[in-house]
Design a protein around this ligand. Structure first.
Ligand SMILES: [Zn+2]
Ligand SMILES: [Zn+2]
Length: 110
């Protein structure tokens, strides 16, 4: 009885926190619309966040593509393991998915 009442007035709410004010260049669309964001989860009562219960991992999300700028290459490489699906930045010496146009680290063209 008490638990179900608490569940009705309270709950867990995600809160998006922008960690960097300056946007980065998106490797997919080339626009400076990528922000480093973090989704924290708060325990809320009457829709007011009162206690942070989980701190999320920082992720780079493009406002235009609304996609994560990192971490989408793993499922593709699983389906096609033989074909080269990466590009490397010759300035940073790092590999990125082949559809990246710009390096997310230094912003130079790949
Ligand atoms: Zn984009
Ligand atoms: Zn680079």
């Amino acid at each position: 009885m008490i638990e179900s009442f608490f569940f009705f007035i309270g709950g867990v709410q995600p809160k998006i926190k922008v960690l960097e004010e300056t946007p980065r260049r998106c490797p997919r669309c080339g626009l400076h619309q990528v922000y480093l964001k973090r989704v924290d989860h708060y325990l809320s009562i009457f829709f007011i966040p009162v206690l942070k219960i989980k701190t999320g991992q920082p992720v780079l999300i493009c406002n235009r593509c609304e996609r994560h700028a990192h971490g989408s290459g793993s499922d593709r490489s699983r389906s096609q393991p033989a074909s080269p699906t990466t590009k490397s930045c010759r300035f940073c010496d790092r590999n990125f998915p082949a559809d990246y146009i710009f390096c997310p680290i230094c912003g130079r063209k790949l």
